[in-house]
Design a protein around this ligand. Structure first.
Ligand code: HEC
Ligand code: HEC
Length: 269
């Protein structure tokens, strides 16, 4: 028996434990305070891969907070496509939340699993999702009169349609459903529920919005529908963004019509 050997091992273990207990000191030596690298198309697409691998289980592949693991979490992961939230979320805070996690929530610390470079790539990707949204127009009026003869000034184009679709999925689909059929995830909790805007009735009648002039629908999107959960969007999006939403809705109704014609006139499922 060599007591000195045991002592040595105890000492070594104690020293190891001490090092383990002092990560801040170790980090101060090991990791430089990272500066923010510039966002590039390459860093955005690298960030997408990082996001899909490490984050989408909770935040969802669309970053809308509805990943498969989100179901059991309280609080829920943030909807990172909500430009109003993202606008006030600084890159420093995002970096800190991703590195250190968010205490009291399921948001884990990625400091030891993801190098700083990859954390920045994820931030660049997240930023890119809402960059185009001209949101929170604080000096916009509270209400906009919409003359009955107003027509959608946004001409049909692939870009305008894509922009309307993106906005719809980000801001409207939770209530109206991704296809505007009224089957959004929170629709069952609403009174009244959003109607199916685009369906052909079983007796073959045209979709609701086919009967509605542009001015009526744009008025509802701009100023809201009093007495329902349909809020005004006038302070959230600019005019052409709101019109592009209507372009998307009309296109959805056209798709439903074509689907029903293919089914020999019966409504799409
Ligand atoms: C285990 C589930 C989970 C995983 C995995 C996860 N998150 Fe989160 N995340 C959350 C939750 C829950 C919140 C909400 C915290 C709150 O309510 O403030 C959150 C919040 C955030 C926020 C907002 C932080 C803030 O300061 O308000 C960002 C940004 C974020 N996550 C990015 C990421 C990124 C990037 C990844 C992948 C590298 C990721 N998350 C992985 C659950 C997760
Ligand atoms: C919180 C839930 C909710 C959100 C978010 C929401 N809506 Fe609505 N919406 C409703 C409800 C409820 C109604 C009223 C019932 C109906 O007409 O479907 C409605 C009505 C409408 C109508 C029909 C209005 C009319 O003139 O009869 C349109 C068009 C519409 N919403 C578009 C949108 C668009 C575009 C967005 C996104 C910018 C949006 N909604 C976001 C709940 C919502």
């Amino acid at each position: 028996m060599k007591p000195s050997g045991i002592n040595c091992r105890i000492l070594a273990a104690a020293a190891g434990a001490l090092l383990f207990l002092l990560p801040p000191a170790w980090k101060a030596f090991g990791e430089e305070r990272p500066g923010a690298p510039a966002s590039t198309p390459e860093s955005v697409s690298a960030g997408k891969a990082v996001f899909f691998e490490y984050c989408s289980g909770c935040h969802g592949r669309r970053a809308d907070g509805r990943g498969p693991q989100s179901i059991n979490l309280v609080p829920k992961p943030q909807n990172l496509r909500n430009a109003q939230f993202m606008k006030y979320l600084t890159e420093e805070r995002m970096f800190a939340s991703i590195a250190g996690g968010v205490r009291g929530t399921a948001m884990p610390a990625f400091e030891l699993n993801l190098p700083a470079e990859k954390r920045w790539q994820a931030i660049h990707y997240l930023r890119s999702l809402t960059r185009g949204d001209a949101l929170q127009i604080s000096n916009a009026p509270d209400h906009q009169a919409v003359p009955a003869e107003s027509r959608n000034p946004v001409a049909y184009s692939a870009e305008a349609l894509a922009s309307g679709k993106r906005l719809f999925l980000n801001y409207c689909a939770s209530c109206h459903g991704a296809r505007a059929d009224g089957r959004g995830v929170i629709a069952p909790n609403l009174v009244p529920m959003p109607r199916n805007l685009v369906a052909i009735a079983s007796w073959g009648e045209k979709p609701f919005i086919d009967y509605m002039p542009d001015s009526r629908l744009y008025d509802s999107i701009t100023n809201g529908v009093p007495g329902t959960s349909m809020s005004p969007w006038i302070k959230v999006m600019n005019d052409s963004e709101r019109w592009s939403l209507l372009l998307f809705l009309r296109d959805q109704a056209r798709e439903e019509r074509e689907r029903s014609e293919k089914n020999g006139g019966s409504p799409a499922q």
